[in-house]
Ligand binder design. Structure first.
Ligand code: URC
Length: 283
């Protein structure tokens, strides 16, 4: 029996220049499309009469970029997802995922790629509902103190010393689900990022789990348009170097930046009265 299936074009790279006289604007996206619906025939017999080619999906991205321009990534994702569901009767749903790479302006037509994090969105349009998820990956944060970790379980394999002063560092991956398919997407994104960083800075941390909860809670408090936020926080361990062989005391000043393994702290914070998600959003 054929199980769940979907198909689409992954990672269409689009750069759209908006020309306004001498001053140009720049949008740099990675667009992935996944369609689902009555696609049994192609799987069972190779009958492609319901299959919109993935090549066409790629072309649609570029044609829409020219015809409609590209504003906020959520807006462009909604436009594309709605188009596929509206024009292809055999489909039940369209999911459009976009990574958005930011460029800072250096001049009227000159830009420098910002390397600090990537903005993301996943829009799912079904015949019954629309769900907009926004987020980011790779927002790297560090507190050089105001972090403790102690009182944990100790069994025969536990060697970790308790600490009342450590580095807390992470690279935030976060997704948040909007209550509606209309919002000021740019303002909402920036507000969520500001809330996350503010909570990271202001939380005196007894565990990264506690910091995660603070970050999620502040985002929901500051952004009424959001129902739920999911955070994945790798714990970028920093190990104190033993300098005693050189007769040097190390008073939390010299660290080895650990690579692997890392702790992975994940959690979702949900508004009490949040309606359920209308499409899968955990993947
Ligand atoms: O904030 C932390 N949470 C943990 O669950 C954990 N486990 C660990 O070894 N170090 C840490 N730090």
């Amino acid at each position: 029996m054929l199980g769940p299936h979907r198909y689409g074009k992954a990672e269409t790279r689009l750069v759209r220049v908006h020309r306004d006289g001498d001053t140009h604007g720049l949008v740099d996206l990675n667009v992935s499309i996944a369609l689902a619906g009555d696609l049994t025939a192609t799987h069972l017999t190779g009958d492609n009469s319901a299959v919109l080619p993935t090549d066409t999906m790629k072309n649609t991205v570029y044609a829409f970029a020219k015809r409609h321009g590209v504003g906020e990534p959520e807006e462009f994702a909604l436009l594309l997802a709605r188009h596929f569901v509206r024009t292809q009767g055999q489909l039940d749903s369209a999911r459009v995922s976009i990574e958005s790479f930011a460029w800072d302006r250096l001049g009227p037509h000159s830009f420098q790629r910002r390397g600090d994090h990537t903005r993301t969105t996943v829009v799912t349009v079904t015949r019954a509902a629309t769900q907009v998820v926004s987020g980011l990956t790779g927002l790297v944060l560090m507190n050089t103190t105001a972090s403790e970790f102690h009182g944990f379980v100790k069994d025969r394999y536990t060697t970790l010393p308790e600490t009342t002063d450590r580095i807390l560092a992470t690279a935030v991956d976060a997704k948040w689900r909007h209550l509606s398919d209309e919002a000021d997407w740019g303002k909402s994104f920036q507000g969520a990022v500001d809330a996350m960083t503010t909570a990271f800075v202001n939380t005196y941390s007894l565990s990264l789990q506690q910091t995660l909860m603070s970050m999620g809670t502040l985002v929901l408090a500051k952004r009424p348009e959001l129902a739920e936020i999911r955070l994945a926080l790798p714990n970028r361990h920093h190990y104190l170097v033993d300098l005693s062989a050189f007769d040097l005391a190390n008073e939390n000043e010299v660290f080895i930046a650990g690579d692997r393994p890392y702790g992975l702290i994940e959690g979702t914070v949900t508004r009490d009265d949040a309606p359920p998600a209308t499409a899968e959003w955990y993947q």
